[in-house]
Design a protein around this ligand. Sequence first.
Ligand SMILES: [Zn+2]
Length: 353
Amino acid sequence: MSEWAEHLIWYTDGRFAQHKYFQFIVHNIISRKRALEQSTYIMKQQIGDEHMSIDDLKQRIQNGDSSIAQKILYFGASLRGTSQYWSRRAQELRALIQYQINAGKGLPSFFSTASCAEFYFAPLRRLLTQYNLQTTGEIVDLNDKKILVSILQNNSHIVSHYFNLRTQEYFETVMKTAFKVDTFWYRYEFAKSRGMIHFHGLCWRSDREPHNLLHEALKNGLDEDVCASKLSEWAQQNFAMIAMHPAGSDASGNPNKDLWPPPEGNAPAPPESKNPLFKLFMDVSQSEYSILEDHLLLTNKINLHRCSSYCLVSKKGMKHKVCRMEFGSENMQGKAIRDSPAIVKDKNGSLRL
Ligand SMILES: [Zn+2]
C-alpha cells in the first residue's frame, strides 16, 4: 500500500501530491493497517492479580469498567511514530555509539543539524519550475514570493525529496572532506509549526578530535584557559573559526567598520541579487576579490546574528522580548564581550567554546 501511495504522489499531473488531505488519509489507512497486522495488546497484571481471560476482559469493558483501559498496553515497535518505535531507534543509536567506542573510535565529535532553506536553493527552484511546467503546463515566475510560497506548499514532496538527496550529498562530500567525518548517523524531523523537513545527527571524525586534544590537555593538568585556547586554535586551523571580521583594518589599525553591518558598522544592506544564500559554490570565482566579497557577504548575512521575530521570545516577568540565542539589546545585557577564548556553559548547561 505504501508503494501504491508513493506511486500516486509522483503521479504525472501532481493531483495527488497537491491534494490538501489525500496524503493524511492514506497515511492514516497505512498506519491502521500496519497497526492491525503487526501489533499486540499486552495487559499489565501484577503477581497476585486474578488471572483474566479475554472473555473476562470483554465482559468487564462491556460493563463499563474503565480502569481496564489503563492496564492495557498497545505494543508495536515497528509502528512508526509510536514511543516504542522511537525507543527502538534510540537503542540502535546507543548500540552504534557503543560499537564505535569498542572499536576504538571514541565518542561522536559533532552534533550536526540543518534545516531546509527552501526559499534559497537555486537547483530546487529550477526543479520546481520544470516540475510545475510538466504537471500543469504553466510557466511560473518563482521570483514572485507569493507564487514561490504556494508552489513550495503544493509540492512539499519535491522539497522533502530534494532535501533528502542534498543531505546525502552533504554528508558524502562536505562532512567527509571538510569535516573529516567517516561515520555518521542522522534522522529527519518535520517541524511542528511549518512541517518543514530538517535533520539532527551525530558525526565521528576519523582523527577522534577534538576529544583527543581535550583528553591530552586534561591529562597534563592544563588549566581551563589553556584548554580553551587549544580548542580555539584547533577550530581555527580546521574550520577557519575566528571572531575576526574579514573586512580587516585600515592603515592605522582601526577596523574597517564601513564594511560591517549595523549596529556596529554602517555597511548598507546588499541587494537581494547579492544574497550569498542563492549563490552556488561553483559560482564563487577563484579571484581574490570574489572570494573576499563572498566571505564578507556570508559573514554579514549569516555569521553575525541580528535579532528578528525568529529569535525574540517573551519571557516571564520581562516587559520586552529577549533573544533566545542570548544576544543582548538595550533592554537586556547579552553575553559578555571576551578578548580571549573560553569554554562556558550555555543556558542549557552545555559547555561551549
Ligand atoms: Zn536574537
